[in-house]
Design a protein around this ligand. Sequence first.
Ligand SMILES: C[S@@+](CC[C@H](N)C(=O)[O-])C[C@H]1O[C@@H](n2cnc3c(N)ncnc32)[C@H](O)[C@@H]1O
Length: 248
Amino acid sequence: MIKYTNMVDVLTPDKVGEAELYEFEITIDGLTRAKLTSVRNHGHDEFEGQQVGRFMGLKVSNTLVMTDTEMERRTNDEFIRRAHGRVLIAGLGMGVVLFPLCEKKEVTHITVVEKSRDVLALVIPQLPPYMREDVRFDIADIFEYEPDTQYDCIYFDIWPSVNSDNYPEMKRLFDKYKPHQTAHPDRYMSAWRINDCREQHQEDVFYSAQLKLLRPDMYEQMLEQDKVVEVPNDILESVRILMGGYID
Ligand SMILES: C[S@@+](CC[C@H](N)C(=O)[O-])C[C@H]1O[C@@H](n2cnc3c(N)ncnc32)[C@H](O)[C@@H]1O
């Protein structure tokens, strides 16, 4: 099991420009409500395994970009488990993944690319000295960054939430960074919650393909009634056949 550090034990609430670190409490009442809402909205419990207690959150321009709750930890597990050699991470956030990564003897070098100068100025001084010295921090937008070396593991963790639109961005980043991977047989490149984003993206593509195949009168009817009309089976079948080639 991967050992994460409780961010309340290492970080102090503070604000630099657009970046703000703050502490919050998860109570049993709040957790129960969040679990129920998650099951109702997503069909599963996003907060599985979550404990009550105090946690840290990071806001950038007043938008919550991350916390160190159980979901954030669980969804980074695979990357940390597979990380080895030279590692490139996009998105410093609170440095949650840096703590377990720095403990892995298989990891020989870490570069973090972060686009917010304020996040860097807020978080880096609060990290333990060994991280400040051993990890390379570059300020840049990962879509523009030009690495000067190759990496065994590349991980994109720049999105504040799971979203269908993240998926095309992930694919763009994979294309851009492919030439910067080493030839190591266990090389790894991934992005935070990529499977969930892919699934949502596929649903969106499928839905818009369905819309395009509707007869104009049905489309009008749908807009008028502001609801989804029953799509006849033959149209659904055509969509399925067309979308059969849509594999990633
Ligand atoms: C979810 S947090 C990263 C979490 C982090 N990996 C951790 O372990 O704490 C997202 C971070 O990505 C940064 N970011 C957003 N877009 C970016 C981009 N295009 N290039 C580089 N960093 C970006 C945000 O400023 C934020 O600090």
